[in-house]
Every structure is written in structure tokens, then in C-alpha cells.
Design a protein around this ligand. Structure first.
Ligand code: CUA
Length: 316
């Protein structure tokens, strides 16, 4: 749904900055070795030509042997030691973790969506497929999976982290600039692996505080008659069995928390825009859009579907 494809070469985070330095260094080192080998090759060809035109072959000189030592032992030792040293430096920079995180967020991978739970005093703030963070301030992500192996990657911000059953991995995520970044699941996890994206939005710290305060709050009461009818549809149909809307009496734990659904830009892990059309299509035929998800097809009559979508759109 995001306009641009993510690139790990456009570093906007501390982690991706380390990786970009590593890639740049290896590219320069590899390029220099390539140019050197090419130069030597050209020199050998020219030398052979000169020799041939100079008459019968000379007795073997020591220069060739010297080149074997230089090119076969000394040069690889220098280059590989430099690459190893640089890589060790990158690894230790990752291990250092950078500044102290301002907040801890639990990220739980499900087939095929991401649950995001802010911890501590903000434990009521639960979103799906969307992580908001304050610019320049690290969040500690605690990553785990509810089912199979997944992998969490926001190329513009940090490295990939595998999410393995029975284990918890942590990542200090920092965004240096405000912006919206696309993240992907990068470990094949089944039928809808390709539709398991998410977005990370970096905003100014005061904006983040406002966002977090709103996400921590309960859902607002419906204002209009259509919204009230839609809430009733939600509570009386199968929706409430799987989804939570805090403050509305729905506490299902299977699918994403919908308490502030209307604040999100997309649904179904970046599969559809969070619009009236997107919501209606998704509720009517989730299996047609993303086969294999837990969400069943709904049999709601048209007017009830309209009211339900009106209610969902009011969940700001
Ligand atoms: Cu989750 Cu691929």
C-alpha cells in the first residue's frame, strides 16, 4: 500500500546505517580488488606480447614468483583481515544496542499479521500491522511468534530478525527521520507469506505521546444511529468472538484488536486500504482476498454490513 518499495540502501535508522557502512566498505574493497586483478591481467597480456616480439623466450625470472607471493598470500591477508575487522566492528555495533530504549513493545507474529503491544503503563495500546515510534528515540522490540517461524524486517531502519517459536528476540529500533516505512515478513511462513507486511511510522515525540494516549484509551461510544446498529451487529455476530474492542464488550483474541481500527491506514497486513470499500470487501470475502486466514466469510445482509462498516470507521 505504501508508494515506495523499501530499500536497505536508504538508511534512515541506526541499524540500517551500520549495514549501509558495511555494504559500502565491502563494495569499495571488492571493487578495488577487481580493478587490481584486471590491471594485472592487462599487464601480463602486454608483457607477453612484448616478449613474443622480442624473440626467443628468456630464462624464467624471479618476478613471476614474487607476484604469486604478493597476489596469493600478502594481498588476500590484508584485504580479508580488513573485511573481517570491519564486519566485527559492525557486529559489535549491533550488539551494543545504542541508546537506552524509551519504551518496550511486544511484537507477535501470527499467520499472517503482526500484533503490536506497547508494554508498561501503555499496555492497553494494542495495534496490528502498525508500529508508531518517536523520531530519534529507540524502542525495544521484543519479538516472538504465535505459530511458525517468521522474520521481521524494516529495510530502511534495521536488520532482519528471525522470529522463532519458543524464543524471544529483541531489537532496538530507531528512526532518524519522520516518515512511514514498509516492513515485511522475510521468512516463508505459508500461503499468505507475501501478504504479511506492516508499516512503521516515525513521528515527532509529542505527536507520538498524543498517539499513544489515544491508543491507550477505550473505544468511543457510537454517535449516530447507524453506528449504534453497527456496534450491535459486531457484538451479535461472529466478529466479537475473534476481535477485541476495548470499552465495547468485545474481547476475542484470535484476530487483531480493533479498538482504534480507524486510525490505521490499511487492513489485513497492508493488503487493502482502510477505506469503506476495503473494509466491506474484506468482511464480505476474506477468503477470496487472502485465502487461508482465520477470518470466515460473513453472511451479513447488505444493510447490516453497511452499518457494521460505519461503526468500524468510527473507531478512532
Ligand atoms: Cu510471516 Cu512470512
Amino acid at each position: 500500500m505504501l508508494a515506495h518499495a523499501p530499500s536497505s540502501l536508504g538508511a534512515d535508522g541506526d541499524g540500517s546505517g551500520i549495514l549501509q557502512d558495511e555494504i559500502t566498505f565491502q563494495l569499495i574493497a571488492g571493487g578495488a580488488v577487481w580493478l587490481l586483478v584486471l590491471g594485472i591481467l592487462v599487464a601480463i597480456v602486454l608483457r607477453q606480447r612484448r616478449r613474443r616480439s622480442a624473440g626467443p623466450p628468456q630464462p624464467e625470472d624471479q618476478v613471476g614468483h614474487r607476484w604469486i607471493w604478493i597476489g596469493g598470500v600478502v594481498l588476500p591477508l590484508i584485504v580479508l583481515t580488513a573485511v573481517l575487522g570491519w564486519s566485527a566492528h559492525s557486529f559489535s555495533a549491533f550488539a551494543g544496542g545504542g541508546d537506552r530504549p524509551v519504551l518496550t513493545v511486544e511484537v507477535i507474529a501470527h499467520r499472517w499479521w503482526w500484533e503490536v503491544r506497547y508494554l508498561g503503563e501503555f499496555e492497553d495500546a494494542v495495534t496490528a500491522n502498525e508500529l508508531v515510534l518517536p523520531v530519534g528515540q529507540p524502542l525495544e522490540l521484543k519479538l516472538r511468534t504465535d505459530d511458525v517461524i517468521h522474520a521481521f524486517w524494516v529495510p530502511e531502519l534495521d536488520r532482519k530478525i528471525d522470529v522463532i517459536p519458543g524464543e524471544e528476540h529483541s531489537l532496538h529500533l530507531v528512526a532518524d527521520k519522520p516518515g512511514t516505512y514498509r516492513g515485511e515478513c522475510v521468512e516463508f511462513c505459508g500461503l499468505q507469506h507475501a501478504r504479511m507486511a506492516f508499516r512503521v511510522t516515525a513521528v515527532a515525540p509529542d505527536q507520538f505521546a498524543d498517539w499513544l494516549a489515544r491508543e491507550t484509551g477505550k473505544a468511543e461510544e457510537p454517535d449516530t444511529a447507524a453506528e449504534r446498529r453497527g456496534k450491535q451487529v459486531f457484538l451479535s455476530s461472529t466478529c466479537a468472538a475473534c476481535h477485541t474492542i476495548r470499552g465495547a464488550g468485545a474481547a476475542g483474541q484470535v484476530g487483531p484488536d480493533l479498538t482504534h481500527l480507524a486510525t490505521r491506514a490499511s487492513i489485513a497486513a497492508e493488503t487493502l486500504p482502510n477505506t469503506r470499500g476495503g473494509l466491506s470487501g474484506w468482511i464480505s470475502d476474506p477468503q477470496g482476498i487472502k485465502r487461508g486466514v482465520h477470518m470466515p466469510r460473513s453472511q451479513l445482509p447488505g444493510d447490516q454490513l453497511q452499518d457494521l462498516v460505519t461503526y468500524l470507521e468510527s473507531l478512532r
